[in-house]
Design a protein around this ligand. Sequence first.
Ligand code: AMP
Length: 188
Amino acid sequence: MRLLIMGPQGVGKGTQAALLAEHYGIPAISTGDIFRANIKGKTELGLKVIAYTDKGELVPDELTNSIVKDRLAQDDTKNGWILDGYPRNAAQVEALDAMLEELGTPLDAVVALDADHDVLMARIAKRAEEQGRTDDTPDAIAKRLATYAKETAPLLDTYKSRGQLVAIDGVGEIDAIQKNIVEALDAR
Ligand code: AMP
């Protein structure tokens, strides 16, 4: 199973991606987690991206595309994967298309989660308190939501026109949302 999970910050992508990974026995690959691990480890990549992530801006495409390409070439991706937080703009969709074409591994579906603005803001505030992410400042949050609306949300239409979109309500109990996603995927 090869999946993307998409939706605005705070909608629960990471939580649902982890549950889907467990359900299908595939790795959940989060570009945000990869960047955060590199920032924490003060790697060369981490030092390059911190200026973008802290401001809530997208990391340049060349860097992001190349970490995804490397990750998808690893052995644990043989049975599939779920990508969380990538692609985030039209150029990344093109880059992913090219990678999958080269690997001969087409995408199965794109899970799109959505929730009202107020629900998202409340969840982001809660996460900021619990996890203390350095990009959960009011300015960075506003920037990330605006970038999502401008650059990422339009990608849902791209995947819809390809017949790959599975839209799921992101409001409710975690387990119930997970069940809805799995049922919708298995019904395809
Ligand atoms: P996330 O955890 O997905 O919210 O990602 C945290 C931050 O990492 C984002 O605000 C961006 O700065 C960066 N990032 C994650 N994924 C991408 C991506 N696909 N393209 C560009 N930047 C990204």
